[in-house]
Design a protein around this ligand. Structure first.
Ligand code: GTP
Ligand code: MG
Length: 386
């Protein structure tokens, strides 16, 4: 099984079986359109062969992209770059494998056959731009060539990944593409103020995850993250919101006076392939109007309560009422204190029997990542339920 290295996508697809082909069908204008190079890197890291066919720009770009993500190109003797660019512009090349006739799809086939004969082992082949090759070699000819290439590669235990910028092509071409590839993942821009990208599994013939979606963003140097632009942390005064955020965030901007939070605080959480931006809203009554404003665009809400203060649960529930139809998790904090009520008891007393509750000791970092992971998964589920 070959992994894409893209969090959640591997879970949805169950990886890529050997011999299968996958197309990233990318909307024009998506800024970081080269998803394939991340899949390439993941598999190089896993010790598999990675053949990278560069046709869109000079192979030098590979060094540049690797540098942007702090990957060290020289580390990978299992990386094979196919230069499909230099002949095009008549430039010299230091690459061993060169496409002599970039306007002829058979020339690509020839190089790939040569490589397959020279190496022993399995791996992945990534095309930086199928759309570019189609423009050079002709749409139908390219697709016929790709079918042959996929056939041969799959017999050798290679999986293939294609980046494709979805310019308006003829209906018949799109139809044929839909048939040729074992999986097609659409990549679109979404968002107006907070830009991010969405993957949509349009086709997959080896798992039942067709129709699944995930939202991501490419960060430098971190790479692809499942991206959650806003999770709010709310709750009564002094319940431990700030402590909770601090314990999960690697970057934190406090807004405190005499130990109390007096403005919206902000943190970034990176965990298990997720990146989330967290907004903490102070718990004093006078900040209630803020909830509404911040609430609207939240993807999820943590309601932090002091488990020793049942007298505050009504107020806590009122705060929660400001967030409609958004996944929430009750964080039953201060479990280390005597008389702390258990999570189930808290749900009961709040009249929220179906709620998810996580018991935490924020000061010791206990339970906090569990709460985060539950939340992140809920948000992805929520996206897929819409
Ligand atoms: N014993 C115990 N104390 C905690 C825990 N979490 C937070 N505290 C303490 O509770 C106090 C309030 O914590 P904060 O994180 O500032 O609470 P807050 O909800 O951000 O407060 P405001 O933003 O001012 O409403 C601090 O003294 C924390 O050290 C916990 O799990 N156990
Ligand atoms: Mg606070």
């Amino acid at each position: 099984m070959i992994l894409t290295g893209i969090p959640k996508l591997d879970e949805f697809l169950n990886g890529i079986p050997e011999g299968k082909s996958l197309l990233f069908h990318v909307e024009p204008g998506v800024e970081e359109s080269n998803i394939g190079i991340h899949v390439l890197h993941k598999n190089l890291e896993n010790g598999l062969y990675g053949i990278y066919v560069v046709s869109e720009s000079s192979p030098k770009i590979v060094d540049k992209v690797f540098n942007e993500f702090n990957w060290n190109l020289d580390k990978y003797d299992n990386l094979i770059i196919v230069d499909g660019y230099s002949s095009l512009i008549g430039a010299p090349t230091d690459k061993k494998y060169v496409v002599e006739e970039p306007h002829d799809i058979e020339s690509y086939e020839d190089v790939l056959m040569e490589i397959i004969e020279n190496i022993k082992g399995k791996g992945i082949i990534v095309f930086d731009s199928l759309s570019n090759i189609m423009d050079m070699c002709g749409e139908k000819k390219t697709l016929s060539g790709i079918e042959r290439i996929n056939d041969i590669l799959s017999g050798e235990g290679f999986s293939s990944i294609y980046n494709f910028i979805a310019w308006p092509y003829k209906e018949s071409v799109m139809y044929r593409m839909k048939r040729i590839f074992n999986a097609i993942i659409e990549v679109n821009n979404i968002g107006d103020t907070i830009m991010r990208q969405r993957m949509f599994i349009k086709k997959v013939d080896w798992s039942d995850s067709e129709g699944k979606k995930l939202e991501f963003k490419i960060f430098k140097p971190e790479g692809i993250r499942i991206y959650i632009p806003k999770i709010s942390v709310v709750g009564p005064f002094y319940s431990g919101k700030t402590t909770f955020i601090k314990s999960i965030a690697h970057k934190f901007t406090p807004v405190e006076r005499l130990g109390a939070t007096v403005g919206v605080e902000y943190g970034i959480v990176d965990y298990k392939g997720y990146r989330a931006e967290i907004f903490g809203i102070p718990g004093q009554e006078r900040f209630l109007p803020l909830l509404n404003k911040i609430g609207v665009s939240s993807k999820g809400v943590f309601l932090v309560v002091d488990s020793t203060k049942p007298e505050e649960f009504d107020f806590a529930k009122k705060i929660l009422g400001e967030f409609k139809n958004i996944p929430y998790i009750i964080v039953a904090n201060k479990q280390d204190l005597p008389n702390a009520l258990k999570g189930d008891e808290i749900k009961e007393r709040m009249g929220l029997k179906d709620a998810t509750v996580v018991e935490t000791i924020a000061t010791e970092g206990k339970g906090v990542y569990e709460a985060f992971e539950l939340m992140a998964n809920r948000i992805v589920e929520d996206l897929n339920a819409r």
